[in-house]
Each structure stands twice: as C-alpha cells, then as structure tokens.
Design a protein around this ligand. Structure first.
Ligand SMILES: Cc1cc2nc3c(=O)[nH]c(=O)nc-3n(C[C@H](O)[C@H](O)[C@H](O)COP(=O)(O)OP(=O)(O)OC[C@H]3O[C@@H](n4cnc5c(N)ncnc54)[C@H](O)[C@@H]3O)c2cc1C
Ligand SMILES: *[C@@H]1O[C@H](CO)[C@@H](O)[C@H](O)[C@H]1NC(C)=O
Ligand SMILES: *[C@@H]1O[C@H](CO)[C@@H](O)[C@H](O)[C@H]1NC(C)=O
Ligand SMILES: *[C@@H]1O[C@H](CO)[C@@H](O)[C@H](O)[C@H]1NC(C)=O
Ligand SMILES: *[C@@H]1O[C@H](CO)[C@@H](O)[C@H](O)[C@H]1NC(C)=O
Ligand SMILES: *[C@@H]1O[C@H](CO)[C@@H](O)[C@H](O)[C@H]1NC(C)=O
Ligand SMILES: *[C@@H]1O[C@H](CO)[C@@H](O)[C@H](O)[C@H]1NC(C)=O
Ligand SMILES: *[C@@H]1O[C@H](CO)[C@@H](O)[C@H](O)[C@H]1NC(C)=O
Ligand SMILES: *[C@@H]1O[C@H](CO)[C@@H](O)[C@H](O)[C@H]1NC(C)=O
Ligand SMILES: *[C@@H]1O[C@H](CO)[C@@H](O)[C@H](O)[C@H]1NC(C)=O
Length: 606
C-alpha cells in the first residue's frame, strides 16, 4: 500500500466532510420518534434536553427497567444509516449536521475567528466526530476530584468502573498484535454485554506505522504503557468508536437508541428548548418550541430536568433560564433565579496545528516485511500516537511550571471576573502546575498516521474562555469566545510541541527518511515561530468543555459532585460542560463515562 493513498484517506479525519441525508427514522421502526408536541405525554419523570452523546446514553439507561418515563427533546434531526461506514466518516464541517457558529475575532490569533463545530443531529457530536477513542490519565481524573473537594468520587478509581461500563471492547486481530505490537490491558475494559458502544481496531495496519512506532519508541524517555486506557502516558495503540462486525461508526445513537422500542422512551426532534421552568428554585419542566418558530410549548417533569445540550448550548439554556452571572442576565432582562457566576466561564478546548503545519519525507519509511491481510477501509481514524507529559518532551518543563504557578490567577482572566471564578482558576492553576511536572499527564498529542503530515495538539489549555448569551437576541446563538492564547504559557507550550516534532524528525530512526518541514520550516524559530503559530493555530479540536463545571460554588462551580445545579433542585447537567478541566485525551469517552456515572446518582435519588 502506497502511503500517499493512506494520507488521502486519513486526511479525512482532519479535514472536510461529506453530506448526510435527513430521513424520517420512523420508517425504520425505531423508538418513539415524535415530531409534534401534541404526541407527548403531559408529564415525564425525566425530561432530557439534547439527544446527543450524553443525552441518549442517559435516556437508554433510565428507561431500561421500564419504571420511569423519559422524554428527550432534540433541536436537530435524525440522519440515515447510509453514511455510517467507518471509512466514509462524515467528518465535521458538513453544514447539514453541524451548527453554524463562529467565534469573535481572537486577538492573540491575529484576529482570526475560530469555527465552532459541534454536531447537530440525533447522536449529537458523537455522530460526526473523528471516532478516536481515548481516556485521560489517572493524574488528570485525580485532578477532577481535587477540584471537586475532599469527598469527590471523580478520581481515577471512581471513574474507571464507568469507563468500563460505557464500552464494549473488541481486541485487535492476532495479525495486528503480531505485526504492530498492539497491546492492551483487559482489566481496564469490559467485553461483556453491558454496552453496545463498540471500541475496536481496524483489521489492517498501515505498514509505515511499524516504522513510525519504532522511531517514536526510540525517542529518549518514551514510556510505552501496555494500554493508554490504564491511566498512563506514552506511546500506544488505541481503538476507535467503531463496530468491527460491519466496520461502521458506533455512537450514542447506535448504542443507546437504535432498535430500542420502549413505551417509556420518547424522543422529539426538530424542537428547541428555550428555558427550564421553575417553581421557586425547583425545576418543573421546560419551555420549548418547534425549531424556527417563536411559540411556547411546555412539558412537565415529575422528577428532574437534565440538560445535555453540550458545552456550547448548556450554558445558554441555563442563562436564558435565569441561572448565571447576575450582571449578564440583567443586561438581557432575564429575571435571576440563581446568581451563579460560573455559568459559561472556564471554557476550554484543545489547540492544534493542522493544515498549514507541513512536513514531508525525501524517501519513504523502510519497507514492511511481514505478510498482512485485511482491508484498509476498516481504518476509521488514527489508532497510534504518543500522548506524553511535558517533562518527557521538553527540558523546559520546570521553568514553564514555575512561571505558570507564579502568575496572579486573575492576570489573564477577563477584567470583571467574579471572585469565586478567580478562586476556581487559582485551584485550576495549582493543579496544572503539578500536571506540568508530571510524566503521566498528557500535554502533547502526536498522532502517528503512517505518513508525513503535520499535526501537533496541546492537550491541556491554560487560557480560559467564556460563553455568553447574546443579550440583545438571547435566542440566537451564544457568543463563543475561546480567548485563545490569552494566557501566554499556552503559546510557550505550543512552541515546545513543534520543537519536539522537529527532534522526532531528526532522530536517528527518522533521519534516514530525509524529513523536511515544509511549513513553516526549521529555520523559523523564536519570535518568528510564535508569530507563525498565531497565524495558523486552531483554538478548537472540537472538544469544548468546562462551561458548567463540576466544582464547589466557592470555586465558581455550576454543578455539585452529583451534577446537580447549585442552588436548585430537580435540575442536573450531564454532558461535556461539567468537566472541570480537559482530560489529556479526545473527549467522547469521558462524556460516556460521565453519563454512566450520572445514572447512578440519578437512580440513587429515586
Ligand atoms: C467534528 C468533531 C470531531 C470530534 N472528534 C472526536 C474524536 O475523534 N474523538 C473524541 O473522543 N471526541 C471527538 N469529538 C468530541 C466529542 O464528540 C464530544 O466531546 C462529545 O460528543 C460531546 O458530547 P455532549 O453530550 O456533551 O454533546 P453533544 O453530543 O454535542 O450533544 C448535544 C445535543 O444537544 C442538542 N441541543 C443543543 N441545544 C439544544 C436545545 N436548545 N434544544 C434541544 N436540543 C439541543 C444538540 O443538537 C446535540 O444533539 C469531536 C467532536 C466534533 C464535533
Ligand atoms: C452560516 O452563517 C453565516 C452568517 O452567520 C451565513 O452567511 C451562512 O450562510 C451560514 N451557513 C449555513 C450553511 O447556514
Ligand atoms: C466529607 O465527608 C465527611 C465524612 O462523611 C464529612 O464529615 C464532611 O463534611 C464531608 N466534606 C465535604 C466537603 O462534603
Ligand atoms: C511492545 O509493547 C510493550 C508494552 O505493551 C513494550 O513494553 C515493548 O517494549 C514493545 N515492544 C517493542 C518491540 O516496541
Ligand atoms: C416571540 O413572541 C413573544 C410573545 O409573543 C414576543 O414578545 C417576542 O418579541 C417574540 N420574539 C421574537 C424573536 O420574535
Ligand atoms: C501545506 O499542506 C497543505 C495540504 O497538503 C497545502 O494545501 C498547503 O499549501 C501547504 N502549505 C505550505 C505552506 O506548504
Ligand atoms: C526487510 O527485509 C530486507 C531484506 O531482508 C531487509 O534489508 C530490511 O531491513 C527489512 N526491513 C525491515 C523494516 O525489517
Ligand atoms: C473493505 O471494507 C469496506 C468497508 O467495510 C467494504 O465496503 C469493502 O467491501 C471491503 N473490501 C473488501 C475487499 O473486503
Ligand atoms: C534535555 O537536554 C539534553 C542535553 O542537551 C538532551 O540530551 C535531552 O534530550 C533533552 N531532553 C528533552 C526532554 O528535551
Ligand atoms: C446578536 O444577535 C443578532 C441577531 O442574530 C446579531 O445581529 C448580533 O450580531 C448578535 N450580537 C453579537 C454580539 O454577536
């Protein structure tokens, strides 16, 4: 297999989309997809906002024993099965199935705006994501617990059972393990029938990845854990969210919705939730409307409203419901139910260099002498990469960590930031100063896709963004401000990432292939390199988190340890927005874990 072909197919993961077809899913005989509010029951035990990654996971689990009724309200529409093939990934910028939001100009990115790409269909972002299936490390989830307070159960031991429960793991083929040293630890995965969310490997390995693996393994200090899912950093193979019977995308819809017919599980599509209804501070239901119409429909809940609208829209719904920073709500004439300064703060996403950062090789990697069968089209996305700690790849980790910890916590936050949010940032800063020195915290992701290219990604971000309603038009899309690179340490780290990529290319294994960095070129260093990063960097790898953070209220938190919105009852948030800090990983697996863990809290409250 010529690896130029592989480049073209894997480039899909990192570039552009194909169109999807909207269909009426009822013709497939799926669960109760409703299209008119008149078809709804008067009240449900649980009303879930958003049929996305977390929303459908919750709905499936909460309806399974038949004792409680659930309604899921989804803004977008179901898409057909026709585009499910793993190799045919319907990647991101497809306007048919993603929202159309752009950030304001980012001053530290040369005033460029960032496209805010999130999924819009039944399945949410899990329907359009790159299918890379990674967890963060033990240190990173222990950090979630640290930010949560002394009795937090969100440490590694407290999240691992839910990671296992969320996924059905399929080991790689014998041939893959022999040819590529794919190893895994069965203790951190489940292969029983608890979940239909499939994590699998392709049945074909890209030959050049054998050489890439060896070159990376030979880098000084490179750890090689048996399994990256066991809480450690290093070089490892990992699965994608793919069903290896059909080699199709596995996502929240196929895992938690398709084929489930239950009288107590309703989904209504093409309807938009505007706000949560309250009796005092107790959630009683939601106000919603047909998508695109200005009307008022309501549905009541007997137990809880659960917001799973994702990191971008969850804070918008909370703010429009009167839960958020008082000054913002007053500016929009929204009566304050709970003054909660953290709603929409603490917004984080992964920064990366993609098209624009280019390198190529003079001669191809050495040949592959093992026989191999299998099908290239079973590769859904990258399966190999190095996810490593700053001390593993930079001699500057200590100086960066001490510079970071000596910052005034308020120095790089917006001017009017509330004292509790600043206190939360101070705790975040203390945690990240520790993670900067930790070889088991992933700061760099170097995906290895068996071909030259040029992708480096920063897996922890120290700048803190905001999401606020548009105060003159609260119903239109919120203002999504990454505040990218506002904390200068993020730029220092991106520089280290590039320097490491250059070292990798110059390593003894690699040098024989005569690699050339074609853009920006290795002569570009220092201030010129920093300027170049500002001109090409993306401030989103589509992993937004943090805007309804799980933290104590004194630390600017929005939800408590059981994901209940502070100051309310009958209201939870369960989605990526509750993550208090980024895992050093892509985010979907953590979202499934959060949803599975939330189910236990919700059931315990029944
Ligand atoms: C292009 C792309 C590529 C990605 N690649 C990867 C990857 O390779 N690996 C990985 O691990 N992660 C990846 N991710 C990230 C991962 O998919 C997300 O972190 C995760 O799916 C988020 O889940 P969620 O439940 O928080 O939100 P979502 O799954 O986005 O669900 C939110 C749902 O709420 C609905 N909604 C919003 N507002 C309203 C409203 N007012 N009323 C009704 N419904 C509403 C939305 O339409 C959506 O269906 C990617 C994401 C994208 C977008
Ligand atoms: C996205 O929004 C912009 C303006 O905000 C508009 O010009 C463009 O047509 C929209 N694209 C789609 C696909 O709706
Ligand atoms: C933690 O648990 C202990 C023992 O149950 C309890 O006394 C304490 O108040 C709890 N602390 C917090 C912050 O919840
Ligand atoms: C194969 O992986 C294991 C970790 O599971 C590692 O210890 C070993 O060094 C690797 N072997 C080679 C040849 O890279
Ligand atoms: C929606 O309808 C309400 C009540 O009729 C009205 O007050 C409001 O201005 C309308 N909003 C828009 C955006 O048209
Ligand atoms: C980098 O590569 C991309 C995609 O292959 C190409 O479009 C672009 O022109 C290249 N840029 C430079 C400066 O080489
Ligand atoms: C493949 O075999 C040839 C001939 O035996 C040998 O020269 C070469 O080094 C081998 N390549 C690899 C990658 O093992
Ligand atoms: C390879 O896999 C793709 C995707 O599953 C499939 O469409 C194709 O038929 C397969 N090719 C062969 C030769 O099996
Ligand atoms: C640190 O510097 C030494 C000496 O220059 C070098 O050998 C080593 O590879 C460097 N380590 C890292 C992680 O960059
Ligand atoms: C608020 O929404 C209106 C209507 O969509 C739009 O014209 C305006 O630009 C938005 N304001 C901001 C700050 O984006």
């Amino acid at each position: 297999m010529r690896y130029t072909t592989v480049v073209t197919s894997l480039a899909a993961v990192l570039s552009f989309g194909r169109s999807a077809i909207a269909v009426d899913l009822t013709r497939f005989g799926y669960a109760n997809i409703l299209q008119r509010a008149s078809q709804l029951k008067d009240a449900y035990d649980y009303v879930i906002v958003g049929a996305g990654t977390a929303g459908l996971t919750l709905a499936d689990r909460l309806t399974a024993d038949g004792t409680h009724t659930v309604l899921v309200i989804e803004y977008c529409y179901p898409i057909s099965d026709e585009t499910l093939a793993a190799s045919d990934g319907r990647w991101f910028v497809d306007p048919g199935i993603s929202y159309n939001i752009t950030s304001p100009p980012q001053p530290f990115m040369n005033s460029r705006s960032q496209a805010v790409i999130i999924g819009c269909c039944v399945g949410g972002s899990s329907a359009i994501n790159g299918m890379v299936f990674l967890r963060g490390t033990k240190s990173e989830y222990d950090g979630w617990a640290e930010l949560g307070g002394p009795n937090s159960t969100w440490n590694w031991e407290g999240v691992l059972p839910y990671f296992k429960k969320a996924t059905h793991f399929n080991p790689p083929t014998e041939e893959m393990t022999q040819n590529f040293n794919v190893t895994w630890n069965p203790e951190v995965w489940a292969s029983n029938g608890e979940s239909r969310l499939e994590a699998s490997f392709p049945d074909y390995g890209i030959p050049a990845n054998d050489a890439f693996y060896k070159a990376a393994a030979n880098m000084p200090n490179m750890p090689i854990p048996i399994d990256g899912a066991s809480g450690k950093s290093g070089l490892f193979w990992h699965p994608t969210s793919m069903d290896n019977k059909k080699y199709w995308r596995s996502y929240s819809r196929t895992a938690h919705y398709d084929g489930i017919v239950r009288d107590n599980y309703d989904v209504i599509t093409m309807h938009k939730v505007k706000q949560v209804l309250f009796d005092g501070t107790t959630a009683t239901g939601v106000k919603f409307s047909v998508r695109g119409l200005n009307q008022t429909l309501t549905v009541k809940t007997r137990k809880e409203v659960i917001i799973s609208a994702g990191t971008i829209h969850t804070p918008q719904i909370l703010q429009n419901s009167g839960i958020g920073p008082k000054a913002l709500l007053e500016e929009a004439d929204i009566p304050v139910v709970v003054d909660l300064p953290g709603v929409g703060q603490n917004f984080q996403d992964h920064y990366w260099l993609t098209t624009g950062y280019n390198w190529t090789v003079g001669t191809g990697p050495p040949g592959f002498n093992k026989t191999q069968t299998g099908n290239l089209s079973t590769i859904a996305g990258p399966n190999l990469g190095a996810l490593i700690g700053l001390p593993t790849y930079s001699n500057n980790s200590e100086s960066i960590a001490s510079r970071y910890e000596s910052q005034d916590p308020a120095a790089y936050l917006p001017e009017s930031t509330h004292p509790t949010v600043i206190a939360g940032y101070a705790a975040f800063q203390k945690l990240h100063a520790k993670l900067l020195r930790d070889v088991n915290s992933n700061w760099l992701w170097l995906p290895l896709i068996g071909s030259p290219g040029g992708i480096v990604m920063s897996k922890h971000i120290l700048s803190s963004g905001t999401i606020k309603i548009n105060t003159t038009h609260p119903d239109s899309e919120p203002i999504v401000d990454y505040r990218a690179l506002s904390n200068p340490i993020d730029l220092d780290i991106m520089v280290e990432n590039i320097l490491y990529m250059r070292k990798f290319m110059q390593s003894s294994e690699f040098a024989a292939w005569k690699p050339v960095e074609t853009a920006p070129g290795i002569e570009v260093v220092g201030e010129e390199l920093r300027e170049w990063i500002r001109s090409v960097m993306w401030s989103s790898n589509f992993h937004p988190i943090g805007t309804a953070s799980k933290r104590p209220v004194e630390l600017g938190g929005v939800v408590d340890e059981e994901l209940r919105v502070h100051g309310t009852s009958g209201l939870r948030v369960v989605d990526a927005s509750v993550m208090p800090s980024l895992p050093g990983a892509t985010t979907q697996q953590s979202v499934y874990m959060i949803a599975e863990k939330a189910v236990d809290f919700i059931k315990a409250a029944q």
